[in-house]
Design a protein around this ligand. Structure first.
Ligand code: MF3
Ligand code: CO
Length: 320
Protein backbone atom coordinates (compact mmCIF):
# COMPACT_ATOMS: atom_id res chain seq x y z
CA UNK A 1 0.00 0.00 0.00
CA UNK A 2 1.33 3.41 -0.85
CA UNK A 3 1.38 6.05 1.81
CA UNK A 4 -0.06 9.18 0.25
CA UNK A 5 0.31 12.37 2.15
CA UNK A 6 -3.05 14.06 2.27
CA UNK A 7 -2.82 17.78 2.92
CA UNK A 8 -4.69 18.71 6.08
CA UNK A 9 -8.02 20.46 5.49
CA UNK A 10 -6.94 23.25 7.85
CA UNK A 11 -4.74 24.83 5.22
CA UNK A 12 -1.45 24.54 7.12
CA UNK A 13 0.16 22.75 4.18
CA UNK A 14 1.12 19.82 6.43
CA UNK A 15 -0.14 16.25 6.14
CA UNK A 16 -3.48 15.49 7.75
CA UNK A 17 -2.20 12.53 9.79
CA UNK A 18 0.23 14.70 11.76
CA UNK A 19 -1.85 17.86 11.77
CA UNK A 20 -5.57 17.77 12.60
CA UNK A 21 -5.82 13.97 12.21
CA UNK A 22 -5.50 13.34 15.97
CA UNK A 23 -8.61 15.46 16.57
CA UNK A 24 -10.79 13.12 14.57
CA UNK A 25 -9.72 9.99 16.44
CA UNK A 26 -11.40 9.04 19.70
CA UNK A 27 -9.41 10.31 22.67
CA UNK A 28 -8.99 13.47 24.67
CA UNK A 29 -11.11 16.52 23.90
CA UNK A 30 -10.08 19.12 21.34
CA UNK A 31 -9.03 21.60 24.05
CA UNK A 32 -6.56 19.14 25.60
CA UNK A 33 -5.28 18.11 22.18
CA UNK A 34 -4.73 21.72 21.16
CA UNK A 35 -2.78 22.30 24.34
CA UNK A 36 -0.65 19.19 23.84
CA UNK A 37 -0.32 19.09 20.05
CA UNK A 38 2.88 20.56 18.61
CA UNK A 39 1.44 22.90 16.01
CA UNK A 40 4.92 24.04 15.10
CA UNK A 41 3.49 26.26 12.39
CA UNK A 42 1.05 28.13 14.65
CA UNK A 43 1.39 31.91 14.69
CA UNK A 44 2.93 33.17 17.94
CA UNK A 45 3.17 36.69 19.31
CA UNK A 46 6.49 38.36 18.57
CA UNK A 47 8.00 41.57 19.95
CA UNK A 48 6.46 44.63 18.35
CA UNK A 49 7.59 48.21 17.79
CA UNK A 50 5.97 50.71 20.20
CA UNK A 51 3.01 52.89 19.34
CA UNK A 52 3.78 55.83 17.09
CA UNK A 53 2.67 59.37 17.83
CA UNK A 54 -0.27 60.79 15.95
CA UNK A 55 1.17 61.93 12.60
CA UNK A 56 2.11 65.63 12.66
CA UNK A 57 0.12 67.97 10.48
CA UNK A 58 -2.74 65.51 10.03
CA UNK A 59 -6.26 66.04 11.39
CA UNK A 60 -6.83 63.29 13.96
CA UNK A 61 -10.08 61.72 15.19
CA UNK A 62 -11.17 62.42 18.78
CA UNK A 63 -9.75 59.17 20.23
CA UNK A 64 -6.21 59.88 18.97
CA UNK A 65 -5.22 61.40 22.33
CA UNK A 66 -7.35 59.63 24.94
CA UNK A 67 -7.79 56.27 23.21
CA UNK A 68 -11.55 56.12 23.71
CA UNK A 69 -13.89 57.31 20.95
CA UNK A 70 -16.54 59.62 22.36
CA UNK A 71 -19.94 58.01 22.61
CA UNK A 72 -21.72 59.74 19.81
CA UNK A 73 -24.94 58.69 18.23
CA UNK A 74 -25.04 59.34 14.52
CA UNK A 75 -27.81 58.14 12.25
CA UNK A 76 -27.15 55.49 9.64
CA UNK A 77 -28.08 57.52 6.56
CA UNK A 78 -25.28 59.83 5.41
CA UNK A 79 -25.78 63.30 3.95
CA UNK A 80 -24.54 64.20 0.47
CA UNK A 81 -21.54 66.02 1.99
CA UNK A 82 -20.75 63.05 4.27
CA UNK A 83 -20.91 60.67 1.32
CA UNK A 84 -18.45 62.88 -0.57
CA UNK A 85 -16.05 62.77 2.40
CA UNK A 86 -16.39 59.03 2.97
CA UNK A 87 -15.89 58.35 -0.75
CA UNK A 88 -12.61 60.25 -0.65
CA UNK A 89 -11.48 58.50 2.55
CA UNK A 90 -12.29 55.12 1.03
CA UNK A 91 -10.25 55.94 -2.08
CA UNK A 92 -7.29 56.83 0.13
CA UNK A 93 -7.68 53.63 2.21
CA UNK A 94 -7.74 51.55 -0.98
CA UNK A 95 -4.65 53.34 -2.32
CA UNK A 96 -2.70 52.70 0.91
CA UNK A 97 -3.82 49.06 0.86
CA UNK A 98 -2.70 48.65 -2.77
CA UNK A 99 0.68 50.12 -1.87
CA UNK A 100 1.11 47.64 1.01
CA UNK A 101 0.03 44.63 -1.05
CA UNK A 102 2.85 45.47 -3.46
CA UNK A 103 5.36 45.13 -0.61
CA UNK A 104 4.32 41.68 0.59
CA UNK A 105 7.05 39.08 0.10
CA UNK A 106 8.69 36.37 2.20
CA UNK A 107 10.96 37.92 4.85
CA UNK A 108 9.17 41.23 5.33
CA UNK A 109 7.83 41.79 8.85
CA UNK A 110 4.31 42.97 9.53
CA UNK A 111 5.90 45.79 11.57
CA UNK A 112 7.61 46.98 8.38
CA UNK A 113 4.23 46.98 6.60
CA UNK A 114 2.76 48.93 9.51
CA UNK A 115 5.55 51.53 9.37
CA UNK A 116 4.95 51.95 5.65
CA UNK A 117 1.20 52.32 6.21
CA UNK A 118 1.87 55.10 8.73
CA UNK A 119 4.18 56.93 6.29
CA UNK A 120 1.85 56.48 3.34
CA UNK A 121 -1.08 57.82 5.36
CA UNK A 122 0.96 60.84 6.43
CA UNK A 123 1.95 61.55 2.82
CA UNK A 124 -1.77 61.59 2.02
CA UNK A 125 -2.57 63.72 5.09
CA UNK A 126 -4.69 60.88 6.39
CA UNK A 127 -4.76 59.50 9.94
CA UNK A 128 -4.55 55.70 10.25
CA UNK A 129 -7.91 55.04 11.94
CA UNK A 130 -6.78 52.14 14.10
CA UNK A 131 -3.94 54.10 15.79
CA UNK A 132 -4.93 54.39 19.49
CA UNK A 133 -8.50 53.31 18.69
CA UNK A 134 -9.49 51.83 22.07
CA UNK A 135 -5.76 51.88 22.71
CA UNK A 136 -4.78 49.81 19.64
CA UNK A 137 -1.07 50.38 19.04
CA UNK A 138 -0.73 50.13 15.26
CA UNK A 139 -1.73 51.76 11.98
CA UNK A 140 -3.11 48.58 10.37
CA UNK A 141 -4.17 45.06 11.33
CA UNK A 142 -2.17 42.13 9.94
CA UNK A 143 -3.79 38.72 10.39
CA UNK A 144 -1.64 35.73 9.45
CA UNK A 145 -2.93 32.18 8.74
CA UNK A 146 -5.23 31.13 11.64
CA UNK A 147 -5.53 34.71 12.86
CA UNK A 148 -9.09 35.75 12.04
CA UNK A 149 -8.71 39.51 12.50
CA UNK A 150 -7.14 42.31 14.58
CA UNK A 151 -3.66 40.79 14.38
CA UNK A 152 -1.12 43.32 15.68
CA UNK A 153 1.86 43.96 13.39
CA UNK A 154 5.08 42.68 14.98
CA UNK A 155 8.59 41.45 14.23
CA UNK A 156 7.54 38.08 12.76
CA UNK A 157 8.80 37.88 9.19
CA UNK A 158 6.23 36.63 6.69
CA UNK A 159 7.12 33.20 5.30
CA UNK A 160 6.46 31.62 1.96
CA UNK A 161 3.22 29.66 2.42
CA UNK A 162 1.60 32.19 4.77
CA UNK A 163 -1.63 33.98 3.99
CA UNK A 164 -1.95 37.45 5.49
CA UNK A 165 -4.88 39.82 5.72
CA UNK A 166 -3.95 43.49 5.55
CA UNK A 167 -6.71 45.71 6.99
CA UNK A 168 -6.36 49.42 6.28
CA UNK A 169 -8.60 52.15 7.67
CA UNK A 170 -7.96 55.87 7.31
CA UNK A 171 -9.54 59.10 8.57
CA UNK A 172 -9.33 62.08 6.23
CA UNK A 173 -11.60 65.03 5.57
CA UNK A 174 -13.67 64.11 8.64
CA UNK A 175 -14.56 60.60 7.43
CA UNK A 176 -13.25 57.05 7.76
CA UNK A 177 -12.76 54.46 5.01
CA UNK A 178 -12.04 50.77 5.67
CA UNK A 179 -10.90 47.88 3.45
CA UNK A 180 -8.85 44.70 3.56
CA UNK A 181 -7.53 41.88 1.42
CA UNK A 182 -5.87 38.54 2.10
CA UNK A 183 -2.59 38.07 0.24
CA UNK A 184 -0.71 34.84 -0.48
CA UNK A 185 2.97 35.05 0.49
CA UNK A 186 5.31 33.21 -1.91
CA UNK A 187 4.15 29.66 -2.67
CA UNK A 188 0.89 28.85 -0.85
CA UNK A 189 -0.56 25.34 -0.73
CA UNK A 190 -3.71 24.75 -2.85
CA UNK A 191 -5.97 24.17 0.18
CA UNK A 192 -5.19 27.57 1.62
CA UNK A 193 -5.41 29.23 -1.83
CA UNK A 194 -8.89 27.77 -2.26
CA UNK A 195 -9.89 29.28 1.11
CA UNK A 196 -8.62 32.70 0.05
CA UNK A 197 -10.58 32.45 -3.21
CA UNK A 198 -13.71 31.46 -1.29
CA UNK A 199 -13.37 34.43 1.07
CA UNK A 200 -13.12 36.78 -1.93
CA UNK A 201 -16.20 35.16 -3.47
CA UNK A 202 -18.04 35.59 -0.15
CA UNK A 203 -17.30 39.33 -0.10
CA UNK A 204 -18.47 39.68 -3.70
CA UNK A 205 -21.69 37.81 -2.92
CA UNK A 206 -22.30 39.98 0.15
CA UNK A 207 -21.72 43.21 -1.77
CA UNK A 208 -24.05 42.08 -4.58
CA UNK A 209 -26.80 41.54 -2.01
CA UNK A 210 -26.78 45.23 -1.03
CA UNK A 211 -30.00 46.74 -2.32
CA UNK A 212 -32.34 49.41 -0.95
CA UNK A 213 -35.55 48.07 0.52
CA UNK A 214 -34.04 44.65 1.26
CA UNK A 215 -33.28 43.46 4.82
CA UNK A 216 -29.69 43.38 6.07
CA UNK A 217 -30.10 39.63 6.55
CA UNK A 218 -29.81 39.28 2.74
CA UNK A 219 -26.11 40.07 3.01
CA UNK A 220 -25.37 37.36 5.55
CA UNK A 221 -27.49 34.87 3.67
CA UNK A 222 -25.61 35.47 0.41
CA UNK A 223 -22.25 35.16 2.17
CA UNK A 224 -23.13 32.05 4.16
CA UNK A 225 -24.50 30.34 1.03
CA UNK A 226 -21.18 30.70 -0.76
CA UNK A 227 -19.17 29.74 2.32
CA UNK A 228 -21.18 26.62 3.12
CA UNK A 229 -21.11 25.47 -0.51
CA UNK A 230 -17.30 25.59 -0.30
CA UNK A 231 -17.29 23.67 2.98
CA UNK A 232 -16.34 26.69 5.10
CA UNK A 233 -17.73 28.44 8.15
CA UNK A 234 -18.51 32.13 8.68
CA UNK A 235 -17.21 33.99 11.74
CA UNK A 236 -20.05 35.37 13.87
CA UNK A 237 -18.14 37.15 16.59
CA UNK A 238 -16.95 40.01 14.35
CA UNK A 239 -19.32 41.88 12.08
CA UNK A 240 -19.43 44.65 9.49
CA UNK A 241 -20.32 48.14 10.68
CA UNK A 242 -21.69 51.50 9.72
CA UNK A 243 -18.90 53.97 9.00
CA UNK A 244 -18.53 57.66 8.17
CA UNK A 245 -17.81 60.47 10.63
CA UNK A 246 -17.24 57.64 13.15
CA UNK A 247 -15.03 54.58 12.59
CA UNK A 248 -17.77 52.29 13.88
CA UNK A 249 -21.36 53.52 14.11
CA UNK A 250 -24.08 51.51 15.82
CA UNK A 251 -25.12 49.75 12.62
CA UNK A 252 -24.10 46.06 12.54
CA UNK A 253 -23.83 43.92 9.44
CA UNK A 254 -23.79 40.19 10.19
CA UNK A 255 -21.94 37.94 7.75
CA UNK A 256 -23.98 34.84 8.57
CA UNK A 257 -27.70 34.44 8.01
CA UNK A 258 -29.76 35.75 10.90
CA UNK A 259 -33.45 36.15 10.07
CA UNK A 260 -33.82 38.63 12.93
CA UNK A 261 -31.82 41.22 10.92
CA UNK A 262 -35.05 42.59 9.48
CA UNK A 263 -33.93 46.23 9.25
CA UNK A 264 -34.10 47.45 5.65
CA UNK A 265 -31.19 48.92 3.75
CA UNK A 266 -31.74 52.52 2.68
CA UNK A 267 -30.09 54.75 0.09
CA UNK A 268 -27.34 56.77 1.76
CA UNK A 269 -26.33 54.06 4.23
CA UNK A 270 -22.57 53.47 4.28
CA UNK A 271 -21.18 50.35 5.91
CA UNK A 272 -18.53 47.67 5.62
CA UNK A 273 -18.94 44.12 4.39
CA UNK A 274 -15.98 42.12 5.71
CA UNK A 275 -16.68 38.38 5.98
CA UNK A 276 -14.11 36.23 7.78
CA UNK A 277 -14.21 32.70 6.36
CA UNK A 278 -12.72 29.73 8.21
CA UNK A 279 -11.53 26.33 7.04
CA UNK A 280 -12.84 24.76 10.26
CA UNK A 281 -14.87 26.05 13.19
CA UNK A 282 -16.35 29.55 13.19
CA UNK A 283 -15.41 29.89 16.84
CA UNK A 284 -12.70 32.32 17.87
CA UNK A 285 -10.20 32.47 20.69
CA UNK A 286 -8.52 35.68 21.78
CA UNK A 287 -4.86 36.05 22.56
CA UNK A 288 -3.91 37.57 25.92
CA UNK A 289 -3.03 40.79 24.07
CA UNK A 290 -6.77 41.50 24.05
CA UNK A 291 -6.91 41.95 20.26
CA UNK A 292 -5.63 39.05 18.18
CA UNK A 293 -8.49 36.66 17.37
CA UNK A 294 -7.50 33.17 16.20
CA UNK A 295 -9.66 30.25 15.16
CA UNK A 296 -10.41 27.94 18.09
CA UNK A 297 -9.09 24.94 16.10
CA UNK A 298 -6.10 26.78 14.57
CA UNK A 299 -7.44 26.17 11.05
CA UNK A 300 -6.84 29.01 8.62
CA UNK A 301 -9.07 32.03 8.14
CA UNK A 302 -9.29 34.51 5.25
CA UNK A 303 -11.04 37.87 4.92
CA UNK A 304 -11.78 40.55 2.35
CA UNK A 305 -13.47 43.86 3.08
CA UNK A 306 -15.06 46.75 1.24
CA UNK A 307 -16.83 49.88 2.42
CA UNK A 308 -20.03 50.23 0.39
CA UNK A 309 -22.74 52.81 -0.17
CA UNK A 310 -26.32 51.69 -0.60
CA UNK A 311 -27.65 53.74 -3.54
CA UNK A 312 -31.15 54.23 -4.91
CA UNK A 313 -30.57 51.50 -7.46
CA UNK A 314 -28.21 49.13 -5.65
CA UNK A 315 -24.67 49.50 -4.39
CA UNK A 316 -21.52 51.52 -4.96
CA UNK A 317 -18.25 50.00 -3.77
CA UNK A 318 -16.25 52.88 -2.31
CA UNK A 319 -12.94 51.09 -1.69
CA UNK A 320 -12.14 49.80 -5.18
N1 MF3 B 1 -10.75 47.55 10.29
C1 MF3 B 1 -10.99 46.85 11.52
C2 MF3 B 1 -12.48 46.67 11.73
O1 MF3 B 1 -13.25 47.51 11.35
C3 MF3 B 1 -10.36 47.63 12.63
C4 MF3 B 1 -10.68 47.14 13.99
S1 MF3 B 1 -10.25 48.24 15.21
C5 MF3 B 1 -8.67 47.86 15.64
O2 MF3 B 1 -12.90 45.66 12.24
F1 MF3 B 1 -8.35 48.68 16.57
F2 MF3 B 1 -8.55 46.61 15.95
F3 MF3 B 1 -7.87 48.06 14.62
CO1 CO C 1 -14.11 47.22 9.39
Amino acid sequence: MSVRKTLCWCGSGFGYALCHGPFDRPGPGADQLLAAHPFSWAVRPAPAAPRRKAPAGVRAPDYATGGEPRLDLVGDVRSVAEIEAVRHACGEAAAVLRHLVGMVRPGITTDALDAEAYEECQRRRAYPSTLNYHGYTKSICTSVNEVICHGIPDSRPLRSGDIVNLDVSVFVGGAHGDCSVTVCVGEVNPIARRLVDAARACLNAGVKAVRPGRPFSDIGRAIEDVAVRGGYSVVRQFVGHGIGPLFHTGLQVLHHYDPSQTRLMQPGMVFTVEPMINAGTHRAYQWPDGWTAVTADLARSAQFEHTVLCTRSGVEVLTL
